[in-house]
Write a protein of this length. Sequence first.
Lengths: 429, 429
Amino acid sequence: MNTLSATEIAAQTTSGALRCEDVARACLDRIHMREPTVKAWSFLDAGMVLKEAKALDQQPVRGPLHGVPVGVKDVIETCDMPTQMGSPIYRGYQSLSDASCVALLRAAGALIFGKTVTCEFAGVTAGETTNPHDPARTPGGSSSGSGAAVADFMVPLAFGTQTGGSVQRPSSYCGIVGYKPTFGLINPQGVKPAAESLDTVGLMARTVEDVELSARVLTNSDPVTWLTKGAAVRIGLCRTYAWDSAEDATRHAVEDAARRLSAAGFAVRDVDLPEACNDLPVTREIINDFERARGMAYEWLAHCDAISEGLAKSIRNGLAMPRERYIDALQRVEGCRRLLGKTFADVDVLLTPTVQGEAPRGLSYTGDHRFQSIWTQLRTPAITLPTHAGPNGMPVGIQLVAMPYADDKLLAVARLIFDTLGRGPVIEV
Amino acid sequence: MNTLSATEIAAQTTSGALRCEDVARACLDRIHMREPTVKAWSFLDAGMVLKEAKALDQQPVRGPLHGVPVGVKDVIETCDMPTQMGSPIYRGYQSLSDASCVALLRAAGALIFGKTVTCEFAGVTAGETTNPHDPARTPGGSSSGSGAAVADFMVPLAFGTQTGGSVQRPSSYCGIVGYKPTFGLINPQGVKPAAESLDTVGLMARTVEDVELSARVLTNSDPVTWLTKGAAVRIGLCRTYAWDSAEDATRHAVEDAARRLSAAGFAVRDVDLPEACNDLPVTREIINDFERARGMAYEWLAHCDAISEGLAKSIRNGLAMPRERYIDALQRVEGCRRLLGKTFADVDVLLTPTVQGEAPRGLSYTGDHRFQSIWTQLRTPAITLPTHAGPNGMPVGIQLVAMPYADDKLLAVARLIFDTLGRGPVIEV
C-alpha cells in the first residue's frame, strides 16, 4: 500500500476501499525497515501518525487528499511537530502555527506524516540522509529527506523548497518527480526564508498526477486538462550555457529524450538561452548571499558559533556586500526575465538538463545547482522527470520548463512526455 | 531629550554627551504621561528598557544607532518581547528570534523599546490607538501605534509595514515622515505576511535624515549624498486616477507644494499615470485576498472564530478565488510596472497625494488606501512628508515617489523638498 500514488490513495480512502490507518501503517512499516539506512526523517512520531489516521477514518472526507501521507521539509513550520531547520539553533523549536502549504493540505485531508531532513537552513551543509538507491551517495539537497522518502516509498508526496536547486536536484538524484512552480504560486508563509526573492515551495512525488492534485489544492486551480497523446507539442531543446559541465549521463538523457520525443511526433527544435543569461551564475550568488545574510541576521548575531562554515561564508559575504551590487544583480535578472517571451516564442516547453549526472558519491556534497538555479532565478515553473539511468544504474532526470504562470501547460506536457519516455530506475520494495 | 531625532541621539550617545539611559528615561516619561490617551503600545516593559539602556552605556559603541529608541509594529517578531499581531490568536506569543530588521538595528546599537499597536494582522480592523493630534480621530492603520508613538515624541523611530497603505497613511494622519522603500529592500524575514507580493517593511520617523540613517544600516547602502538646495530637480505632479476622491485639504497641499517648489526653482510639470494603472484598485483587492487567504490558512482553519469579520471576508473571498484570476491580476500589475520608465522619463520624482485629507473622525475606520496602494503595487519607493495642515489643524502629508531602486535619489530630493516647504502641525510637548 505504501507504493500507491497520492491520487490512488485518495481515491480509495474516499471510496471506502482503503482505510487511512492501513495506508499509514504500510508507510510506517516501510520507514521502520528502511530508515536506519536512508535517514530521511528528522521528526516522526508513529503514535501521532496513527492517531491522526484513525481520526481521518472516523471523519467525513474533508477534501481531495483524504489520508494521503505527506512529508514536510524541516524548514516548513508545523503546529504539532518541531521545525528544526537542520540546525542546533532550532533544536526542539515548536512553532505556533502551520505554514500555509501545510495548513492547506491538512484541510484537504492530508495526513502530515513527519518532518524530513533538510540541509542546514535549506543551504549547502548536508544532513545525514543517504540516497535510497545507494547509501554511499548523496540524495542531493537541500530537500534531502523529502527526496529520499518519496523515492523510497515511505510517503507518496513531500514538500521541498528551492532557492538554487533544492527541489530539482534531489528529485533527479533520487529518481522522482520534482515540481518547482512559478515563483510565489505556492504561498511561502511559514517557511524559513533562505533568500526570499528566490525561495520557492515545491512538490516531490512519484507521478505528475500527484503533483497536479496537490498543486490544485494549494493554489485553487482548475483540474489540468491532460493533453491527448500525439498532440503537436513543441519542445525546445535547451542545453544552456552550463552544457559543458554535464556528464555523459545527462547529455545522453536529454538528447535521447529529444530523439525519442521527436520520433513520437513531438516537434523538437534547438533553443538558446538569451546571452544575458550567462550572468545568472554570478547574480545567483550575489542575490543569495545578500538576502541570506539579512534573513539570518538574528541567528548570525545571537548564535554564530552554531552556524556551519559554509553558511557563515555566505552570510559574511552578504553582510559586507554593498547594496548597489545587490540591486544591480536583481535588475540584471529582471532583464533576463523580460527576454523569456522570445525564448518561448515558438515552443511550449523547454527540455533541459536537471543536473550534471548521477548523484555524486559521498554525503557531504549535495551537488551542483547550476542547471536548476537558472530557472529559480527566472521564476519559471520547472519539473524534473525521472526518465533515465546513468552508468552506475543511478537515476538521471530531465527537466522541463515553461513560461511563468504556464504551470498547467507544463504539467500536461510533462505527463505526456513521462508516459512517452517511461520511468528510470526504481527502488526495489 | 525625547524630542531629539535618531540622528541627534546617536551622535550624542556616541560622543558621550548623552547617556542612553537618560534618553530612554525621557522617552519613558513621555510615554507614561501620554499613553493613557494615545494607546500606542501593545507591549512595553520600562524595566527591560532601562536595563538594556544601561547595558548600552556600559558597552563600546556598537554602530550608528547607539541608544536610539525604536518602536516595532506588533506583526514583527522580537526575541525578547511577545508579538501579538493585534489578534487574540497570538496573545502572549513569543517568537524564538528577532525579525531581520530588528536584529540589524539591534546590532547597530538601537534600543528596541517595545511593540506598537497594529490593526489585526496588519489589516483593516483597528486597535485602540488614537491620533495624538486629536484623540477622537484615527491615527490611521495598520501601523497605528508606530505612527502615533513617533508623532507624539515617544520614540524617534519605528517600523511599520505596508501592504496597501499601512506606513504612508498613518504617517500622513499623524504628521510624520513615512518611508516605504522599493519592494524587498528591507528584508521581510520575521514579519507576519499579509500579502507577500505586496508586503513592504517601512520606516517612520520625524526627519528624512533618520530614515536614511536606519535604511543605511538595514540595507548596507552608502550614505546618501544630499542634493544642494536649488539643484535642478525635476518634479512630476501626478494627481493620479484617484484625484477626484481627494478632499480640498489634500488638493491644496499637493498644489501648494507644486507652486512653492516651482517658485523655489524646481522644474515642475504634470505627469499622468499610464492608463493601464486604472486597474490597480481592482488588482490590489484580488492579489491581497488571494495571498491573504493562503498566508492565514492556519489561523483561518484553526481559529476562525477569533478572526474579525472584516478580515474573514477577505479570507473567504481569497479562498474561493480561482487561481487564474490571481495570475491575471499579477500579470496586469507587472505590465503597469513595465510602463514606469516612461512615466519617469523626464522627472526625478513624482509629487502625489498621500491620503484624501485629514485623519477621519472615529477610531474604527483607519482610512482609505487608494493613493498609497498604487505605489505599493508598483513597488516604487515612496515617502510621505508632513508638510501641510487641513481645515481642522490636523496634519496632511504629501507623497514623493521615485523609480524602483532609486531610493537614495528619493531621500535626497525628499530632504530638499522638506527643507523648502517646512513642517506642518506638530504635537505640543
